[in-house]
Write a protein that binds this ligand. Structure first.
Ligand code: SAH
Length: 354
């Protein structure tokens, strides 16, 4: 077994993750000294397992059309107050090229579930972006496995699709017409195709319990997620959950830290949602186990319309500005900006053994 973790550290990690009663207490008290100790431990594990590098991924939000009606999401089908947009393949590729010029090694294509794009159209975009020497990550939601297959053949190597919540009943309530079971099945198919697979969840969803959050970690472990995105739930006024309260900063940071302990080699972003609820949200996450940041590359004219939640940061800044601002923050933390592709190391080892 490949395990560079010092034995003592492994023992400490296990003592945190395996004592369920204690874990629930920590989750209930995310500002306690015990919780702070978990953040420090996660920071140590991060350094030991994935080093000091922070990986930058250029995010292009290609379309805000969505066929789904998720109760929390600002781009849900029923939000008629939103101006809808979708980028053409040429626009997507040109934007990726801008990203390459800024030094990004990975481009993330994200959208609502927009059936307007045929699998072939997106395969064309993926091929062209791959030909620029960039890695393509996709975050396009649920599609037919044949589409995932085609996009892998076109060159895409990572797929992000959060499980959102591991509580199947809550999942069902939040996602009309969808099921957790189906999502998990697709995540497993993505892994079988060969993708590095990203999952994750929101913290502070209405009715979410500490037990649910533990199930979220267990599901990430079961999926053997290569990437883990965790952010606070942020109520959007134009959604059915608009009057609910926002996810807690300290609890979200704690869950990021616990994700690092659960999957020591994972790529874990300091999410934009964390940066949106607190001015130092992303920096705090980078010191609690995170090692990825996803600056926004979406053309500014579309940005404010990709409003998953209100007060999303960086909606008025240019791609160049975002890149520069994030890079400065990373160096201020004593971290370095990665210059490699930033694949998951475990995935690379799997590739080499295949
Ligand atoms: N259609 C793609 C991309 C979804 S948007 C997919 O299904 O994967 C990306 C992420 O934004 C979602 O996975 C969700 O976790 C997050 N998100 C959406 N609305 C949010 C809100 N109100 N608060 C916090 N995060 C939200």
């Amino acid at each position: 077994m490949f395990n560079p973790l010092h034995n003592d550290l492994t023992t400490t990690i296990n003592s945190v993750l395996e004592d369920r009663t204690q874990l629930i207490e920590i989750i209930k008290n995310p500002a306690s000294p015990e919780a702070k100790a978990v953040l420090n431990l996660a920071n140590q594990v991060r350094l030991m397992m994935v080093g000091n590098d922070v990986h930058l991924r250029g995010l292009i939000e290609i379309s805000n059309y969505c066929r789904n009606n998720c109760l929390y999401c600002g781009i849900r089908r029923d939000n008629s107050s939103l101006t809808r947009y979708r980028m053409t393949v040429a626009e997507i590729v040109a934007t990726a090229q801008t990203g390459a010029g800024l030094g990004f090694k990975t481009i993330v294509l994200q959208s609502g579930e927009d059936p307007f794009y045929s699998a072939k159209m997106l395969a064309e975009a993926i091929e062209e972006i791959t030909a620029l020497g960039l890695v393509v990550t996709l975050s396009l939601g649920e599609r037919h496995p044949n589409d995932y297959e085609l996009w892998y053949q076109a060159g895409a190597r990572r797929y992000l699709m959060r499980h959102e919540t591991a509580n199947p009943v809550l999942y069902q309530k939040l996602h009309p017409g969808q099921s957790l079971e189906h999502r998990i099945q697709l995540l497993k198919i993505l892994k079988e195709i060969g993708y590095q697979v990203g999952s994750g969840f929101m913290v502070g969803l209405p009715q979410q319990t500490p037990e649910d959050l533990i199930s979220d970690l267990e599901l990430l472990k079961e999926l053997d997620a290569d990437m883990v995105g965790i952010g606070p739930f942020i109520p959007h006024p134009k959604t059915p959950l608009g009057v609910n309260s926002q996810g807690d900063l300290a609890l979200t940071l704690l869950m990021v830290a616990l994700a690092r302990l659960t999957l020591p080699e994972a790529l874990i972003p300091a999410t934009t949602a964390l940066g949106s609820i607190h001015p130092q949200g992303r920096e705090l996450a980078l010191q609690a186990g995170a090692n990825v940041v996803m600056p926004n590359l979406t053309p500014v004219k579309y940005r404010s319309d990709y409003e998953l939640y209100p007060n999303k940061i960086c909606t008025n800044e240019s791609a160049t500005h975002c890149h520069g601002c994030i890079t400065t923050k990373i160096y201020q933390l004593g971290r370095t900006v990665a210059t490699d592709f930033g694949h998951n190391q475990k995935w690379l080892r799997r590739q080499n053994h295949a």
